[in-house]
Structure formats: C-alpha cells, structure tokens
Design a protein. Structure first.
Length: 323
C-alpha cells in the first residue's frame, strides 16, 4: 500500500457557498512515472479505495474536514505501471460498453417519445372529451403528520421510476392515519398518479396491485377511470405532448408550477374506440418495456453490466496487505 502523497501532488480547494456550508475538492495530480491517472480514479472508486477514504473522512459516520496532508496520507494499492495499465484497459472496456448501452437507451427513448406522440395524434373526426367525464375520482392526498418505518405504503414523487413505483423508495404511515386523516386518498390498483406541483410536474405512474394498501400526498393527483376505458391509454396521453402543451398554456408565469384538480378535470383528450386504445397501448408497451423495464430491456442490461463492472473493478483493485 502506498500513500497518495508519495505518488503525486494533492491540493484541496475550498469554495464558500451562500447556504452556510462549504465544499472541499481534492485535486490529485499523480507522477506519471509512478501512477496512471485513470488507475488512480478507478482505485479510489473501488471498494478498497472507498473503505480507506471513509476511515479518513468519517468519524462516527459524520463527515469531517480534512486538509491536503490528511488526503496525502491515505494509502492505496499502487502496483507497477504495466499492471496498472492492464487493469485500466480491462475496466475501460467495461465502461465503454456501458456508455454504448446508455447511448442506445437515450436513442430508444427519443424514438419512443416520437412514436408515442405520432400514435396519439388523431384526425379531427376522433371524439374529444374532458378527462373528468371518464373518471370516477380525481383527487389528491395530504401530507401526514408522522411517518413510520413500516405499515401502509405512502407514495411520494421520488418513488417514481419512469411510469413505475420503486418499492425501495416508499414511505410508510400507520393504519389510523391511512383510514382516518388520509381516507380521501386511499389508493386502488391501476389508479394513475400524476405530479401536479414542483419541478417534476407531469410525471406519471400506475399504482400496482402488489403495493396496496397505499396512500399519497398533495403533490400527486389521483386519477381513477370509470370502467370501459384503458388506463394505460390515458397514462400514455398524460405523458405525451397533449399534456405538455396543456400544462404550458395553464401554468405560465407561476413561480411554483402547479396544476389544480379543476384543470385536470377539464383536460380535453382524444378518445378513439376501446379497440384503437388497446392497439396503441400494445405498441407503446413494447417501447416502454425496452426503455424503462428494470427486469428486461436496456435498463436491465445496463444494470447488469454496471454490477459486472463493479465486481471486476473491486476484484482487480483489491490487493493483499504486505506483511
């Protein structure tokens, strides 16, 4: 193991911020006769590197301020340059593949958005109707006074992952709150949730059956369709240019962008036959799976490649301590 300070120059740059905190950046410039910059980056990101950094920069899990001399004392494995270069070559191959997959995903998402907007553009002969006229409920939740470590699932916008709910990002309330204070916003399977306030306005997700019982807060509107309408079709409409253009015309000049429940009720949507709705949904579902499904499609492939890269990075950059 070698001290960082012995293989190059370390500088700490402090930048004051207006919100009563500061950020310190460590600039490491290695001696290229001793260490490769790419190798140094990979080793600091590795499991062994992160452990060593935590030992120096955390006390009882609380970040502490350290100076350049402290950083220079951090020890990392530094094998001979040919070994470093071979490790860098292997890890570069992993990161390049992940970058290619990410670029492919970005292109597919643009393609998906293009076809979604094309499929949801109709002739004037297609009937138009207020969203509220095909719903049994359009309402919103309330923020509870307390959260709990377990209990009834409570969905906030940060739990949205594309048009799905990330079960790992849920909050929880107790039954008393769910059936009492929050009784107006008790969720049902396939309810559509849409963010109606803040920077993420317009984000949508369907409530899955396996999350119930569940509830939500006032930043999310609940749209519950009447029988005989395609929930997925309406979800895709809410994600399309129809809703984007509607929001732009209704929230202009607002310091805090928001949609109210009346505006949601009054949103005019094209409503073709249920057969046509289902045909459109079948096409868009395939795109959505490819672009957003974490169990298949490109996101799953990127996640798998990232895990593979992290596994081999940590294996390649874990060295035995010298006696």
């Amino acid at each position: 193991m070698t001290r960082i300070g012995s293989i190059g120059v370390c500088t700490v740059v402090e930048r004051s911020e207006p919100l009563a905190y500061y950020v310190s950046l460590a600039l490491l410039r290695p001696d290229t006769q001793k260490a490769s910059s790419k190798f140094l980056k990979y080793v600091i990101e590795s499991l062994q590197g992160r452990k060593e950094l935590r030992k120096r920069t955390l006390v009882n899990a609380v970040p502490i301020k350290i100076n350049k001399d402290d950083i220079g004392k951090i020890t990392i494995p530094v094998p001979p340059l040919p070994v470093q270069n071979e490790i860098v070559r292997i890890l570069d191959n992993f990161t390049e593949l992940t970058a290619e997959l990410t670029a492919e995903l970005t292109a597919r998402k643009k393609q998906y958005e293009y076809y979604r907007n094309r499929l949801l553009t109709f002739k004037n002969s297609t009937p138009r109707i207020r969203l509220g006229d095909i719903c049994t409920v359009i309402t919103k939740g309330t923020t509870p006074k307390n959260y709990h470590s377990s209990g009834i699932a409570f969905i906030k916008t940060e739990a949205f992952d594309g048009s799905r709910i990330d079960l790992g990002k849920l909050s929880y309330v107790n039954e008393e709150t769910h059936f009492g204070f929050l009784k107006r916003s008790i969720l049902q399977a396939d309810d559509i949730l849409i963010t109606i306030a803040g920077a993420t306005i317009g984000k949508c997700a369907l409530v899955p059956k396996n999350i119930l019982p569940a509830n939500t807060n006032q930043a999310l509107a609940i749209i519950r369709l009447a029988e005989g309408n395609s929930k997925k079709y309406v979800l895709y409409l809410l994600q399309s240019n129809h809703m984007k253009e509607y929001m732009q015309s209704n929230i202009k000049g607002s310091a805090q962008p928001n949609l109210n429940l009346k505006q949601l009720n009054d949103f005019i949507i094209p409503l073709p036959s249920i057969e046509e709705q289902q045909r459109i949904v079948a096409i868009l579902d395939r795109f959505d799976t490819l672009c957003n499904d974490i169990s298949s499609g490109l996101p799953a492939e990127i996640a798998a490649r990232t895990k593979q890269y992290e596994y081999y990075r940590d294996k390649l950059l874990t060295f035995p301590e010298r006696a």
